[in-house]
Write a protein that binds this ligand. Sequence first.
Ligand SMILES: NC(=O)c1ccc[n+]([C@@H]2O[C@H](COP(=O)([O-])OP(=O)(O)OC[C@H]3O[C@@H](n4cnc5c(N)ncnc54)[C@H](O)[C@@H]3O)[C@@H](O)[C@H]2O)c1
Length: 438
Amino acid sequence: MISKGTKIAPPEGKLGVLIPGMGAVASTFMAGVEAVRQGLAKPIGSLTQMGTIRLGKRTDNRTPMVKDFVPLAGLNDLVFGGWDIFEDNMYEAGLKAEVLERSLLDQIKPFMESIKPWPAVFSKDYVKKLDGSNVKKAANKMELAEQVQEDIRNFQKANNLARTVMVWCGSTEIFLKPEAVHQTIESFEKGLVNNDPGIAPSMIYAYAAIKMGIPYANGAPNLSGDIPALMDLAKERGVPICGKDFKTGQTLMKTILAPGLKSRLLGLHGWFSTNILGNRDGEVLDDPQSFKTKEESKLSVLEHILQPQLYPDLYSKYTHTVRINYYPPRGDNKEGWDNIDIFGWLGYPMQIKVDFLCRDSILAAPIVLDLVILQDLAARCGMSGIQEWLSFFFKSPMCAPGLYPEHDLFIQQMKLKNTLRYMMGEEMITHLGLEYYD
Ligand SMILES: NC(=O)c1ccc[n+]([C@@H]2O[C@H](COP(=O)([O-])OP(=O)(O)OC[C@H]3O[C@@H](n4cnc5c(N)ncnc54)[C@H](O)[C@@H]3O)[C@@H](O)[C@H]2O)c1
């Protein structure tokens, strides 16, 4: 555990950003950073770039920008690399994703064309709906992990990088449960050599990164780094890890609304969520095994926020259903409907309808940026293992064994900001506020 006002190494030099999975989210993120660097747009939605943090009493009037309060890497220091099963450079990937306008991509074309994916660690066994040729070959999974490490070393050397972080933006893999092979570093490394089917490609990237001391964040719901073997390795190597599944769209709405309903002790009969989505992510999630991974991630949210065991009269009998339908015409512009059946005083029923016409990658890109910057901060502070204070960004936050995850967006935000205050030796804010009335 770090101490209050811990010593933080300064963010000197270049920060390498490694992305396994360079599709819609990754290209929107990289294009966005470059557009901001060139003064073409603003980093809307990014806590590290646009957020503020109150320090001391309300009457102190001390509310700096987060980036002026903690020593963070600057956008000009970021250098990008990554892997994909398709050979498209980031300009081509951005055009295909159809998230950003061509006119914006054309203004940053040389930059986007310069980022070309390295061959990926991939097997159709884990993502049924995808097929690509830019894929590594090796005798076993340990050799694949070594090839990933070789790519990273070449990237670090070629760009003279001071530090590196990795964020998984690859497709959602099939649903896997932790098994014996995932339990210890030894069993996992043996499994890599023996090609154990329990080890998915995302775990191989995570292993390679953590082994090299590189912080790892998982933006998809598949297990990846969320297994005891890799958590132990992260502790052993002093590496921060976090995940899973970027909190965007419908689940973001859910974690905004549900805490509000609970705080007013309004009961819930049912919450029906359905989505139509037409991007490649939607196509991958059309496979029942990948959808199962996503469904688990989306369903767990309400249970943890509403705590039916503490409020049996309000939340013990609700129905919660989540659907995702692949509907190509919508592309990345997802539509998420929620029908929420609630009840109030004396049990009288009411309904809430939400229709969120969102843009998936536009919501995810600033999260990738914040995770890059804050995981690098955590590493420079000497923090290692699960970074629960970064739960704010995830649908299925990783947390210590035996703890339940905190899903309430507002508690997550308070935890994040208090962690920043603690790092910098400032008083944490409890919002008690009695001192103003003495
Ligand atoms: N956009 C959002 O709002 C959001 C929110 C939460 C989670 N996610 C998750 O983020 C991930 C990326 O989403 P997206 O919209 O960019 O999807 P996408 O399909 O556009 O991009 C994913 C990319 O990963 C590549 N890929 C798959 N397996 C790989 C492997 N083993 N190695 C290297 N590359 C691999 C694919 O070829 C593809 O280009 C998905 O898992 C998605 O579920 C997205």
